[in-house]
Design a protein around this ligand. Structure first.
Ligand code: ATP
Length: 452
């Protein structure tokens, strides 16, 4: 196992020698910046975990670049400055870059921050470095997210940094990667944690009621408005509003969101006065934003408002070892629910480990759910049904086991159709011949009845 790496870009000789004398600095693998070369380039090439950066010029080009660099979320920064106002540094701090120490420096405080960071980094390397793919004795959790892979630890660090800022965030990831859990975790770690977290699916908003759903209405505003109704902006007051599948909101309606994001003001339907929104917006999409903008599915101006922090979510296949860990986790919850002690055999864990899980964590969760229903005591590879989407249509009943409960079959059909439609609820409901609302009710029921 390698030691966490520390990068140092400090020109003041006294500060440099003070920092180098700290025990906590010496336990890292050290990389010192060379003069005449952009330090941000050096930092990203050396793949360091922590960076000590002295700010000594308002014209530091690398500092400006850092504002929009992915390194900002991946590396822990400790900045040192004389304390002169620096707008670039202010922006970096607002984006959750890390610590800022002002001269005269308190070396004890710096020492203890570096020690904490070292312990945290060392632990996560240990956990990811010592585990074999099917061994699950270590299973880390951060907020509501489970996973011990380095990809997930990377994500945890980003979430921790972004959570404490006021910035809006856009979570980008394939269907089933856990975007809603990430949004919830961002809320839990934010200063708004005591206030509501309200989630709304933008793909399910009916065009006629969109204003009322978002901004509310007052009694008598339109036929059927029998009483005042709070929109999601008001429900989430002081807290976080999660706009799931934001790219599925009809293009022409996206301007309504843009307006409130720009001005902070909104007006309930029929109300005489505007209200001021105090909500943090976290949005999610399973589309690639640049494609969605090109195809006129997502307004570019709205994208820039939402994506002050873009958060990319790794696919399950890129989280080494996590599929088995999550499978054990889901099974443990299911066992606890029913007072059972079902287990995954070594060969079924092997099958889980080698499959690429195109439907990500959701597909895995449902595979475990099905396997749990079908297995008596030990889940064997044949209980883990995967890749069913590739079957031919010749015998439409071939995949349906006899004697399975009808509501379990319904659930499987719904989830498979959802997956085929890349999580798009509107298309799924349409194909299944049910309303979007019914689909939501059913999905909510599955979420609340099973697991987590
Ligand atoms: N890291 C994780 N730990 C535990 N459970 C997870 C994790 N990631 C996802 N899940 C579970 O997988 C399911 C899908 O997650 P979620 O709904 O957050 O995905 P999503 O990316 O928002 O999907 P979609 O784009 O289709 O809406 C949920 O039941 C969630 O609880």
């Amino acid at each position: 196992m390698t030691s966490p790496k520390l990068f140092m870009h400090v020109q003041d000789p006294l500060l440099a020698s003070n920092l180098l004398s700290l025990n906590s600095v010496r336990q890292y693998e050290l990389n010192i910046s060379h003069q005449y070369e952009n330090w941000l380039d050096q930092l990203t090439t050396t793949k360091c975990d922590v960076a000590l950066v002295e700010i000594n010029s308002l014209d530091d080009a690398a500092l400006k670049e850092l504002i929009n660099s992915p390194a900002l979320h991946q590396i822990e920064f400790l900045f040192f400055s004389t304390g002169e106002p620096d707008p670039i540094l202010d922006r970096l701090m607002k984006k959750g870059a890390g610590f800022h120490y002002r001269a005269p420096y308190n070396l004890k405080l710096i020492e203890s921050s570096l020690e904490d960071l070292f312990a945290e980094l060392n632990l996560s390397q240990y956990l990811t470095g010592t585990k074999t793919s099917t061994q699950t004795s270590y299973l880390d959790q951060f907020g509501l997210l489970v996973g011990s892979s380095s990809a997930m630890h990377h994500l945890y660090r980003t979430i921790r940094k972004v959570a404490v800022t006021k910035a809006n965030a856009l979570i980008i990831g394939e269907s089933g990667t856990g975007k809603e859990l990430i949004a919830n975790t961002l809320h839990v770690f934010s200063q708004r944690a005591e206030s509501p977290f309200v989630a709304i699916n933008c793909g399910a908003l009916s065009p006629e009621l969109i204003d009322s759903e978002l901004f509310g209405h007052i009694k008598g505003a339109f036929t059927g408005a029998h009483k005042d109704h709070q929109g999601v902006f008001e429900q989430a007051e002081g807290g976080t509003l999660f706009l799931d599948e934001v790219t599925e909101m009809p293009y022409e309606h996206q301007v309504k969101l843009l307006r409130v994001l720009e001005s902070g003001e909104y007006k309930p339907v029929g109300a005489p006065q505007v209200k001021i929104a105090n909500v943090r917006i976290i949005a999610a999409t399973n589309r690639i934003p640049s494609d969605a903008i090109r195809d006129e599915i997502l307004r570019e101006d709205l994208y820039f408002r939402l994506a002050q922090f873009p958060i990319l979510v790794p696919n399950l296949k890129d989280r080494e070892g996590d599929a088995c860990g999550l499978a054990q986790h889901f099974l443990a919850y299911r066992n606890t629910q029913d007072g059972q002690h079902k287990q995954l055999s070594a060969s079924s864990l092997d099958k889980i480990n080698h499959y690429h899980w195109p439907g990500n964590v959701r597909e895995l969760k449902h595979a475990i759910e099905r396997a749990y229903i079908m297995a008596d005591e030990t889940i064997q590879p044949e209980h883990i049904i995967i890749n069913t989407m590739n079957r031919t249509n010749e015998d439409k009943t071939a995949g349906i086991p006899m004697g399975m409960r009808l509501d379990d079959i319904e659930k499987i059909v719904i989830l498979k159709t959802l997956k085929k439609n890349n999580g798009n609820r509107t298309d799924t409901a349409h194909q299944l011949g049910i309303s979007v609302k019914t689909l939501y009710n059913k999905l909510d029921k599955y979420e609340s009845v099973h697991l987590l």
